[in-house]
Design a protein. Structure first.
Lengths: 113, 111
């Protein structure tokens, strides 16, 4: 079974803190994604990576950065957390090409106070 | 980019009833998936179905790629079926390999 894990289910941080969200997949997938989900706005892509050290901006990259030093791990970084980054963050992975099944982690519900 | 629309937005049913959820997409697709988001927020894969018909227990799905729609059928609904159902589609777009999600159907099963 494909397994995508995220480092935390719930996280509370203060405004201005640097926040790291970690995602690990165990299926040797080339592509990894970070989405955020907000009520009324659906799922929106923040960044995706198609290979180690490679990244592409998604629809809403502002205020975020990412790191992919190993194939199985994709990190989302909030350089200086703000209250408008309170959200559900979902990581996903898939084989290269886009036409393959995408698998999601359990999500991290981040609250910035 | 591709547009994905789901209907109905909300559905309330009695336990034991059957339901049909619809997903329309605006262009040909290489990938079409159905997900169930559970109360804890996790997206559970239901079907990977760019075309054809698949069944898994009480759930089945059909995608008619030529007519650009997919249907998810849930038979003999149980309270554990409650949650939000999303369809998502992929079409190659200048190297952007993201899925485009619909806005979801919120299903509530009443005991």
């Amino acid at each position: 079974d494909v397994k995508v894990t995220q480092s935390s289910r719930y996280l509370v941080k203060r405004t201005g803190e640097k926040v790291f969200l970690e995602c690990v997949q165990d299926m040797d997938h080339e592509n990894m994604f970070w989405y955020r989900q907000d009520p009324g706005l659906g799922l929106r892509l923040i960044y995706f990576s198609y290979d180690v050290k490679m990244k592409e901006k998604g629809d809403i990259p502002e205020g975020y950065s990412v790191s992919r030093e190993k194939k199985e791990r994709f990190s989302l970084i909030l350089e200086s957390a703000s209250t408008n980054q309170t959200s559900m963050y979902l990581c996903a992975s898939t084989l290269a090409g886009g036409a393959y099944e995408q698998y999601f982690g359990p999500g991290t519900r981040l609250t910035v106070t | 980019g591709i547009q994905v629309e789901q209907s109905p937005p909300d559905l309330i049913l009695q336990e034991g009833a059957n339901s049909t959820l619809r997903c329309n997409f605006s262009d040909s697709v290489n990938n079409l998936q159905w997900f169930h988001q559970n109360p804890w927020g996790q997206l559970i894969n239901l079907f990977y179905i760019p075309s054809g018909t698949k069944q898994n227990g009480r759930l089945s799905a059909t995608t008619v790629a030529t007519e650009r729609y997919s249907l998810l059928y849930i038979s003999s609904s149980q309270t554990t079926d409650s949650g939000v159902y999303f369809c998502a589609a992929f079409r190659p777009n200048f190297g952007n390999e993201k899925l485009t999600f619909g806005t979801g159907t919120r299903l509530t099963i009443i005991p």
